[in-house]
Each structure stands twice: as structure tokens, then as C-alpha cells.
Design a protein around this ligand. Structure first.
Ligand SMILES: Cc1cc2nc3c(=O)[nH]c(=O)nc-3n(C[C@H](O)[C@H](O)[C@H](O)COP(=O)(O)O)c2cc1C
Length: 393
């Protein structure tokens, strides 16, 4: 146990060699799974560690039988993974979490346990002046997330919020050797974890703003004595508000036929006042494309058919659409083909099943677009812009 302040201890575990988190997030600096003990007359454990950390319980240097509450900031198994072991040792512990998190934890443990629903502003009085206040902060980044505040010491146990995938020897940010890398990791973590949830981040920042926060104890990365990260989150949340509507066009083209259509669409969108970006998905930087894809009001995809399929690069983009924030966006699919033309239809169908607002049928031409096909494509794009794009707020 490492003391954070009197009665508050760090009991987390570290995974410095982790290079991929949650399937898709790169973690070049590893990560930590933070867990905390708060002791008054009663004792609370806040979060646990992944199941594969069998030595986690040894970090808790007090007898598990002395723990009264296990507070879960959210139910994700990286931090709830050891609940089962803890409850095996001490089934009298009361698990405190949001209603949704309690339901999820029951689905993970597949058994019942003593529980208490974390109500908004709910208090857990541990005695000796140690009172924990609970706040619902949904979608940071699981829907069932709460934050826990210890007023006596100004400590916010923030869950995934305000964390970082960063692992060094120490626990505190002011003792970190490589502070610049920590800053990079914090920004990348925000981008990877919270981009789809910026409105929820803003709401949580507003809700927590009256608190006097001296120390942040997140689920991942160092304990923060420097609380400036809260201001940075506000900045990173504030999307540049622009009156201009934006369109992003992504295409792949072996012989230039689909590309020809893509540039016709680009010209038309530009003429209709859209700030239009166009990307050859076979060569452009994928991070940049995904940023544009998810910030544009309209995104369209051009693909030839290759061996009865769409181009892999277009599939990659389709799988990167932020579906949480795409409900007001519009799209269409176009492309050249030789004989079957399955590629465009596959992308169109996929967008439809993802509930993206995808236009009519996809537009196709056979091999090099003829003058007639070009006219038809211009009519198609014009109709799309009139019918769909003008609805964009
Ligand atoms: C390796 C390869 C496989 C192809 N497979 C198909 C196919 O399965 N079905 C089809 O309709 N066209 C197929 N085509 C034809 C292309 O879709 C066609 O040439 C198209 O016009 C290419 O457009 P682009 O210049 O925009 O890439 C294939 C072409 C290549 C090079």
C-alpha cells in the first residue's frame, strides 16, 4: 500500500508492457489499473484490478475481512475483475455502484451479493470525518460510471475520467520522470477514450466544478497532484464551432475511374458551400482521415469492386465511424466496377445496418464513366445535396 494522504492508500497494479488496451487503443507506455483504500472507522476499497493480476490482493495489506464497502466507479472488467475474489474472502462487503453497474457486475459474477445503489450526491460515511460523496457521471466512458469525492482531503476518485495509459515506477505525477511523455499520454487518452463522449465530459466538468479538488485519483496512470488536466479537458472538449458545413470524401481507385467521380462530387460540394476534404484512402494518413470522417457533417465513400468485395481501406474507414455521434449525418456510396459491382452495395448495406443515414441506392458506373454516366452522377449528387444535406443543422 502506498500512502496518498492519511487514511488513503494506493493499492493498484501495473502493466508496463501492455501495448494494446480495449482491443484498439495503442498503449506505448503501458498502463496501470488503480485501486484505492480509504480508511475511517469503516474501510472502503475503490475499484479492483483485472482478473489476470492474481497478486493484486497482496497489495491490499489490510485483511480483506476489514473491508466494509467496495465502491466501483464503473463495471468494466479491467477494474471489476477482482471483485469476485474479494467477495469470496469477505461476502459481507457491500458493493456500491450505479444501478447499471450493479446489474453489469451481477452479469460478470453471475451471482448475487450485498449492494447499495450509488445515488446522486449519496454519502458513504466511513467515520472519523471521512465521508465519500458519489456523483453520477454517465458515459465517462462507460454508461454506468460514478465519481467519488473525499471532501476532507479534496480527493476526486475519477474512474477512467482524467486518466492516462502511462506506467512508471512511482505513483504521483510530481514524481514522474518523463513529464512531457505523460502529457502526451494524457492527451492521447482523452482523444482515444472520450472523443465520442465530449458532451458528457462537459456535463461532468460542470457538475464537479464546485468541488475543491487537490488530488485526482484516476483508474489509469499516475495520481495527479497537478489538477490542471481538468482545464485541459475543457479545452479539448470545446470543438471549434463553425457555421460552415463540412463534407469528407474518401475513395480508392486502381485505374482512376472511381477517383474521377470523387473529384466531381468534391467540386459540387464545394460549389454548394461545403468545406470539402477529399482523401485517397490507399495513401492518406488513417488517423487524419478518421478525424475528418468523424467531424464532417457528410461523409461519402467511393470504392471499386475488387474480387467481389469493396476496397479494404474503405472498410477500415467504415469500421471507424463514430456511431454514437453520427445520427444527424448523411452519406452515400459510389464507385466503378467491371462485372458484378458488389463492392459499393456491400458498403451501402453496411452503412444502412449501422443506421447511418445513407442515400437511396449507391451510384455505380461500369469501368470508365461515360459522359452519360457522369451526367447521371451529377444529378445524383445534386439530389443528395438538395434532399439530404440541406437538412443538416
Ligand atoms: C484485382 C481486381 C479484381 C477485380 N474484381 C472485380 C470483381 O470481382 N467484380 C467487379 O465487378 N469488378 C472487378 N474488378 C474490376 C474493377 O472493379 C474495375 O476495373 C473498376 O473499373 C476499377 O475502378 P477504379 O479505377 O476506380 O479502381 C476487379 C479489378 C481488379 C484489378
Amino acid at each position: 500500500m502506498i500512502e496518498i494522504c492519511s487514511d488513503v492508500f494506493y493499492v493498484g497494479v501495473k502493466e508496463p508492457t501492455l501495448r494494446k488496451y480495449d482491443l484498439s487503443v495503442n498503449t506505448p507506455y503501458g498502463t496501470t489499473y488503480n485501486s484505492y483504500i480509504v480508511r475511517g472507522e469503516k474501510t472502503a476499497l475503490i475499484d479492483t484490478a483485472p482478473t489476470n493480476f492474481s497478486d493484486y490482493i497482496e497489495n491490499i495489506e489490510i485483511p480483506i475481512t476489514e473491508i466494509d464497502y467496495l465502491i466501483c466507479t464503473h463495471s468494466e472488467p479491467d477494474l471489476s475483475g477482482n471483485i469476485e475474489k474479494i467477495l469470496d474472502i469477505n461476502p459481507d462487503i457491500t458493493v456500491v455502484a450505479s444501478i447499471a453497474a450493479l446489474r453489469n457486475i451481477r452479469q460478470i459474477l453471475n451471482r448475487d451479493f450485498k449492494s447499495q445503489v450509488a445515488k446522486e450526491n449519496g454519502k458513504i460515511d466511513l467515520g472519523n470525518g471521512i465521508v465519500l460523496t458519489l456523483y453520477n457521471v454517465p458515459n465517462l466512458h462507460w454508461p454506468d460510471t460514478i465519481a467519488v469525492y473525499l471532501e476532507r482531503n479534496g480527493i476526486l476518485f475519477s474512474g477512467d475520467f482524467l486518466g492516462a495509459h502511462y506506467c512508471e515506477n512511482g505513483v504521483f505525477d510530481n514524481k514522474i520522470y518523463n513529464k512531457d511523455i505523460l502529457k502526451t499520454a494524457q492527451k492521447q487518452y482523452f482523444y482515444d477514450t472520450f472523443t465520442p463522449f465530449k458532451s458528457f465530459v462537459s456535463s461532468a466538468l460542470k457538475k464537479l466544478s464546485p468541488l475543491n479538488i487537490d488530488t485526482i485519483c484516476p483508474s489509469h496512470g499516475p495520481v495527479l497532484k497537478e489538477t490542471d488536466l481538468i482545464n485541459k479537458y475543457s479545452l479539448w472538449c470545446a470543438d471549434a464551432v463553425t457555421e460552415e458545413k463540412t463534407a469528407a470524401i474518401f475513395y480508392v481507385s486502381a485505374h482512376g475511374y472511381t477517383k474521377q467521380l470523387a473529384y466531381i462530387a468534391k467540386k459540387m460540394f464545394t460549389e454548394h458551400g461545403f468545406n470539402t476534404e477529399i482523401f485517397d484512402a490507399s495513401v492518406c494518413d488513417s488517423e487524419q482521415m478518421i478525424k475528418s470522417l468523424n467531424s464532417a457533417d457528410i461523409f461519402i465513400f467511393g470504392t471499386p469492386t475488387i474480387n467481389r468485395n469493396a476496397a479494404k481501406e474503405i472498410w477500415n474507414l467504415v469500421t471507424s465511424i463514430d456511431l454514437i455521434n453520427s445520427k444527424d449525418k448523411s452519406s452515400f456510396v459510389f464507385g466503378s466496377y467491371g462485372w458484378g459491382g458488389e463492392g459499393v452495395q456491400l458498403i451501402h448495406n453496411c452503412l444502412k445496418s449501422m443506421k447511418v443515414n445513407v442515400f437511396e441506392k449507391p451510384f455505380t458506373c461500369i469501368l470508365k464513366p461515360s459522359d452519360e454516366e457522369i451526367s447521371k452522377f451529377k444529378e445524383y449528387v445534386e439530389k443528395f445535396i438538395t434532399k439530404e444535406a440541406d437538412n443538416i443543422k
